[in-house]
Design a protein. Structure first.
Ligand code: NDP
Length: 248
């Protein structure tokens, strides 16, 4: 795990991932680099880890400081060690449906859906958010399961009309309590990916939980819900990476 700079949220995420590794018996190594680390220095560390046989998975916690091109960092990680599944090779594999790794947050959402016995086939699925790490791969995974998928974003018109048609609604917007109760179809499955800190000790999601839980058929909480699943899926990808790298 590589962390560049002092972003407090990133530090918490890295620490949680480290604890998960300890819990399941994966050796984890942290590279805590100063904010002024150059892109060349960071890429050179990644290349060293790419070539280190003891390392199965490499993760660079995003965002990186502005002077570093995050896509260049993602591209530098060997696809077979890319446990976040952000490398273009892995992104392409997700498009085709023939993938080794799935980005951890959408994978966690699918695991929640599967474990809850929810059938996606033929359902109207609406994903609010089109980021490369959440919205787009999320939509693709739902499509692979034969959902009828709509992706919404900041330019979408009449958003509430679209979300109200969703049998499965995934909110990945990054705006606290953005999805209100009256934007949800009665009985819908509501998955809240958002993590928004609104006070030093208060996290809320992208869904107004209190109103939404009265209308939804199933709903994920924040904190809890998708966040811990994301870390569990990172562990799953890491084990898979170890298996793939052992076969080389
Ligand atoms: P981004 O900021 O990259 O993407 C946000 C998306 O929301 C964009 O596509 C944006 O549209 C869309 N959006 C913004 N405003 C609106 C609006 N008014 N109406 C409709 N769509 C809008 O965020 P991420 O995808 O990285 O993360 C989303 C949330 O999920 C955040 O709260 C983040 O903290 C959380 N998160 C949680 C994780 C977990 O483990 N649970 C992991 C990763 C993220 P446009 O593209 O047009 O700008």
């Amino acid at each position: 795990m590589i962390l560049v700079g002092e972003d407090p949220a990133s530090k918490v995420y890295v620490n949680n991932k480290k604890k998960a590794c300890e819990y399941i018996g994966i050796n984890s190594y942290e590279y805590l680099l100063p904010a002024e680390t150059s892109q060349e220095e960071l890429i050179s560390l990644i290349e060293k880890l790419n070539n280190d046989e003891r390392v199965s998975g490499i993760l660079c916690q995003l965002p990186v400081p502005d002077h570093i091109d995050d896509q260049a960092i993602i591209n530098a990680i060997a696809p077979e060690k890319d446990v976040d599944a952000f490398h273009p090779v892995n992104v392409g594999k997700i498009m085709t449906g023939n993938f080794d790794f799935v980005p951890c947050t959408p994978a966690g959402v699918m695991e929640l859906i599967n474990e809850s016995g929810i059938d996606v086939c033929g359902k109207d699925c609406v994903v609010v958010g089109r980021s490369n790490i959440v919205g787009k791969p999320m939509a693709m995974l739902l499509l692979h399961r034969s959902g009828t998928v709509t992706i919404c974003h900041s330019k979408t018109r009449e958003l509430a009309e679209i979300t109200r048609k969703a049998d499965i609604l995934v909110a990945a917007v990054g705006i606290p309590e953005f999805i209100k109760g009256d934007m949800i179809k009665p009985g819908a499955v509501v998955i809240d990916v958002g993590i928004n800190r609104i006070a030093p000790k208060k996290l809320v999601g992208d869904v107004e939980f209190e109103a939404a839980e009265k209308i939804a058929g199933a709903i994920t909480p924040v904190p809890g819900g998708v966040g811990p699943m994301t870390i569990a899926m990172l562990m799953k990808n890491t084990v898979k990476a170890a298996q793939i790298n052992a076969q080389k």
